[in-house]
Design a protein around this ligand. Structure first.
Ligand code: DGL
Length: 275
């Protein structure tokens, strides 16, 4: 890979539309950067899939992204971060950021009672990646984890503001309410799109933590440190989905507040990988 240039793009990937929560924050904190986003909507959700399959899918997205000039890659998916961050880092010459460490760091800054909840997909919760990251930062922390498999289909189905979403979120989070947590990590990038029903279910005493801000801040620090910040006046972002561009564009417009153009992409399959 060539030496990155300041005008090169930042790639952001997710299993679907959830990574838009990170993309929006990256665009807010780094408004001169060009973003290339890929959502593997056709194969979403990644959460219930085996780790090796998630790793292969992630590498297929990375392979597609290699045709662009990139200066950094953000794996804006907790499930893919847990399954593939180290593998992707070992294969790319540019900085590769995940969302788990930043999410854990954000929670440590906020918790006062050192009792933290984590919600995520089955894959993320099964990996124990948040517990490990939180304990590395603070060995005395108590962590309560809960998989919420019903949440991602609500977001990808465009139902985030519905009554059904409110009901499902409240029922799913019930087990966390008696734990005494004072902060809850949204350990799936789709969940900030459900922040209202989540905070309504948990009540005011629980701080809701998303990794988007901390991830974008870390990216900003890295680019600054490597003298790679762009000075482009009006960057031209590109959004790709493996699924329906119309559905993806509707979710993106709802989240960004303005229409975006979405392109469809077919990813080249890779052989199953073990490493
Ligand atoms: N948004 C993703 C995450 O952060 C995954 C959702 C899914 O595909 O299950 O884990």
């Amino acid at each position: 890979m060539m030496n990155p240039l300041r005008s090169d793009a930042i790639a952001i990937l997710d299993s679907g539309a959830g990574g838009l929560t990170v993309a929006r924050e990256v665009m807010r904190q780094l408004p001169r950067e060009t973003v290339i986003y890929v959502g593997d909507t056709a194969r979403c959700p990644y959460g219930p899939r085996p780790e090796s399959e998630v790793r292969r899918f992630t590498l297929e997205i990375v392979q597609f992204l290699m045709q662009f000039r990139l200066k950094a890659l953000v794996i804006a998916c907790n499930t893919a971060t847990a399954a593939a961050l180290e593998t992707v880092r070992s294969r790319l010459a540019v900085p590769v950021l995940g969302v788990i460490e930043p999410g854990a760091r954000a929670a440590i800054k906020v918790t006062k009672r050192n009792r933290v909840g984590v919600i995520g997909t089955q894959g993320t919760i099964r990996s124990g990646a948040y517990e490990k990251a939180l304990r590395r930062l603070h060995p005395g922390i108590t962590v309560f984890s809960l998989a919420c498999p019903a949440f991602v289909p609500l977001v990808e189905g465009g139902k985030r503001g519905s009554e059904e979403a409110g009901r499902i979120v409240a029922e799913t989070l019930e087990p966390l309410k008696e734990t005494g947590i004072d902060s809850l990590i949204l350990g799936c990038t789709h969940y900030p799109l459900l922040a209202d029903p989540i905070s309504c279910a948990m009540g005011e005493s629980v701080a809701i933590i998303s990794s988007a801000e901390e991830t974008a801040a870390e990216l900003s620090t890295i680019l600054q440190h490597q003298n790679l910040l762009s000075d482009i006046e009006t960057p031209r972002h590109r959004f790709f989905t493996t699924g329906s561009p119309e559905t993806f564009a509707r979710i993106a417009e709802d989240w960004f507040g303005h229409p975006i153009h979405v392109e469809q992409v077919a990813l080249e399959p890779l052989e199953p990988v073990t490493g």
